[in-house]
Ligand binder design. Sequence first.
Ligand code: DQA
Length: 146
Amino acid sequence: MARIIIVNGPNLNLLGSRETDHYGTVSLDQINSDLTELAQQLGLEVSFFQSNSEGSLIDYIHREASKADGMIINPGALTHYSYALRDAITAVNIPSIEVHLSNIHAREEFRSKSVIAPTVDGQIAGLGSYGYALALSFFADKFNKE
Ligand code: DQA
């Protein structure tokens, strides 16, 4: 069974109460529990990690990527400036999808630039928590075909 790691960066632990106009009212725990259910239906194994610290995210990716078949990552604000996180994703070289709840291309100018985007297979932005589910479905399709 393919294993997908789902990684969330800074401030995403506050989903549900944080800037609900942009990020909705669903908590990260609820999103993860919905994704666990979906993964069961899709025949995938999922593991979750969230951290507010860039180093912890990089350490997790270094440690877990070799045991994973794919990664879904919402890097939060690190999206816009973390070359260290980008290098970590490049280094581990597993299929990866970048997810954003909000449409980063329709907000402040600084959010429209993702330094992560060139190193991932694709980006989903602006579809709320549905973006994670779509990314998971993509992986199910990909690994079922292989
Ligand atoms: C975000 C968008 C980022 O610009 C922001 O810093 C976040 C969340 C999103 O999911 O829309 O923390 O990644």
